[in-house]
Design a binder for this molecule. Sequence first.
Ligand SMILES: NC(=O)c1ccc[n+]([C@@H]2O[C@H](COP(=O)([O-])OP(=O)(O)OC[C@H]3O[C@@H](n4cnc5c(N)ncnc54)[C@H](OP(=O)(O)O)[C@@H]3O)[C@@H](O)[C@H]2O)c1
Length: 176
Amino acid sequence: MIISLIAAATENRVIGRNGGLPWHLPNDMQYFKQTTLHHHIIMGRKTYSEVAVNKPLPRRTNIVITRSTNAHFPGCLTANTLAEALQIAHNNGETEAFVIGGEQIYRLALPYAHRIYLTQIHATLEGDAFFPQFSLNEWHLLSSQTHQPDEKHVYAYTFTVWERLQKPQKLIDPKE
Ligand SMILES: NC(=O)c1ccc[n+]([C@@H]2O[C@H](COP(=O)([O-])OP(=O)(O)OC[C@H]3O[C@@H](n4cnc5c(N)ncnc54)[C@H](OP(=O)(O)O)[C@@H]3O)[C@@H](O)[C@H]2O)c1
């Protein structure tokens, strides 16, 4: 099973502000949907409550990571660790599990990720949540597609896909 991170970040790596996204880029929402549809998506409890607004994203298996042992998120599976979330996806026969944020969960998952789908937003914005730095020595660019601003998109943006050069650290035993 491939572990992928999917995120949109500005040039100063901002991914969020006050619990939400400080931009509106409908093409990126569409790209996110197309890419993650029918897969397991793994998110932190804050992203679930603030970005997904306490609703599972349809036609995907939603897994929410929380430290709380008695939490229940309707329509979602719950995990207390990233390993548990990945194990659920693996046990369900997933081929590519998507970690969809936010900052805390991207940081947790980055060492185990094979792929990063990063929408680079060509702007510098203020924010309070950031995408972690990743080294260009460890990752190479698989694809890149730039879109210029238009009437629906205030900023230019580039869909990039990165692949790790070496195998990532293992968090779960794929034989289990
Ligand atoms: N631009 C993008 O692509 C994108 C995507 C997603 C989110 N975002 C942004 O990211 C921001 C939210 O990120 P965030 O870092 O504040 O929150 P988050 O990563 O979404 O969720 C944090 C929560 O995850 C749980 N958690 C964290 N580490 C854990 C661990 N080791 N074990 C078990 N549970 C753990 C905790 O839940 P409990 O408190 O319940 O224990 C914690 O409060 C928002 O601004 C959002 O808009 C941006």
